[in-house]
Design a binder for this molecule. Structure first.
Ligand SMILES: Cc1cc2nc3c(=O)[nH]c(=O)nc-3n(C[C@H](O)[C@H](O)[C@H](O)COP(=O)(O)O)c2cc1C
Length: 339
């Protein structure tokens, strides 16, 4: 069973191929601190057998929060709570990463100013963002770098840089949201500059033995936006600075998406074959057969189950009946409940 085969990448030695992708729980408060809920939420998925857990989008700056209830990693007081999540997750066998994020123009917290590559609002309800000056771009890079140092202090096995779903780094990548005329706008190379600089800065402080992940949206599904071809070029420009690509789509602009089971897998497949980097496939994957098909056909190396793991934290260990019981790890205290 490929789903239950180990995966190794630098310091990551995963017990199986199932990933819990980052999912905002909006369960902190204005402090951005970890609450008892977060420790319980993530450690439950570890007990349930997930190979790699990636903690939700965690803000590298106060005005980089999606909401006023996001987790934060913009100051040192936030490290201790994150460390408690790491320690609880490690007790039950999963490895754990954290998604470092800046919401850009999609920030809805009460901060006085929101920022983006260009002064274009997300929608009619959103504020108009301040277009970052070059000197302020340096602060963004510094914020990601400091956050990576804190993530290492908290003991995370990996970090994922969030350059998907219409948040700040994605806003720089896409011509729909980046209309700058300086070195950070225009050509694909210029629009990729900030992401590249963030990755290089993070890598300079992130331990060499620890894996560094990157999440992108491979298509904006909108006229004039990113498509697969340009995403392949973007990956070419950054692939020396990341160890794995977590392939999602959408989120930049409000547009209908034709979502069906596995609808994003072909993007993970193309990026894997083109770049030679391992990928995570994600998006409406809920069944063991889907995971086996994706892995068996070499379309990705890992598979993330988002909403399915919200519904069923024990998905990984409760596939009994389809494979030999002996193949599955099971928490000892739960043995008498084993199907
Ligand atoms: C409640 C919720 C919160 C999410 N928050 C994040 C996030 O913090 N960062 C991110 O990159 N994606 C986020 N996503 C997207 C998921 O990581 C995943 O890509 C998406 O749910 C599709 O996978 P699924 O069909 O298996 O749920 C979120 C999705 C959900 C449902």
């Amino acid at each position: 069973m490929l789903t239950y085969s180990p995966f190794n990448l630098k310091n990551l030695h995963l017990q199986n191929r199932i990933v819990m992708p980052p999912m905002c729980m909006f369960s902190s408060d204005e402090t951005g601190l970890v609450k008892p809920f977060h420790i319980l939420h993530y450690s439950t998925r570890s007990l349930g057998g997930v190979g790699l857990i990636i903690v939700e989008a965690t803000a590298v700056a106060a005005n980089g929060r999606i909401s006023g209830n996001d987790l934060g990693i913009w100051n040192d007081s936030q490290v201790d709570g994150l460390k408690q999540i790491v320690e609880a997750v490690h007790l039950y066998g999963a490895q754990i990463g954290i998604q470092l994020a800046h919401a850009g123009r999609k920030c809805t917290s009460a901060d006085p100013q929101i920022v983006a590559p260009s002064a274009i609002a997300f929608n009619l309800e959103s504020r108009i963002p301040h277009a970052l000056e070059i000197s302020e771009i340096a602060d963004i890079i510094e914020a990601f770098k400091s956050a990576a140092i804190r993530a290492d202090q908290a003991g995370f096995d990996t970090v994922e840089i969030h350059a998907a779903h219409g948040y700040l780094l994605h806003e720089f990548l896409s011509p729909l949201t980046n209309q700058r005329t300086d070195a950070y706008g225009g050509t694909t190379e210029n629009r990729t500059r900030l992401l590249r600089e963030v990755l290089i800065a993070v890598k300079s402080v992130w331990p060499a033995e620890k894996a560094l992940l990157l999440r992108i949206s491979a298509s904006d599904f909108a006229e004039g936006g990113l498509n697969l071809d340009e995403s392949l070029k973007i990956v070419d420009l950054v692939k020396d600075h990341a160890d794995l690509i977590h392939v999602s789509t959408g989120g930049l602009v409000e547009t209908p998406i034709n979502a069906y089971p596995g609808y994003q897998v072909s993007y993970a497949d193309m990026i894997r074959k083109h770049s030679g980097l391992p990928t995570i496939a994600v998006g409406l994957i809920t069944r063991l057969e889907q995971v086996e098909e994706i892995l068996g056909n070499g379309r990705s190396d890992l598979v993330a189950l988002g909403r399915e793991l919200l519904r069923n934290p024990y998905w990984v260990i409760n596939q009994d009946g389809r494979i030999r019981k002996a193949d599955l790890p099971y928490p000892k205290p739960y043995e008498r409940g084993r199907a």
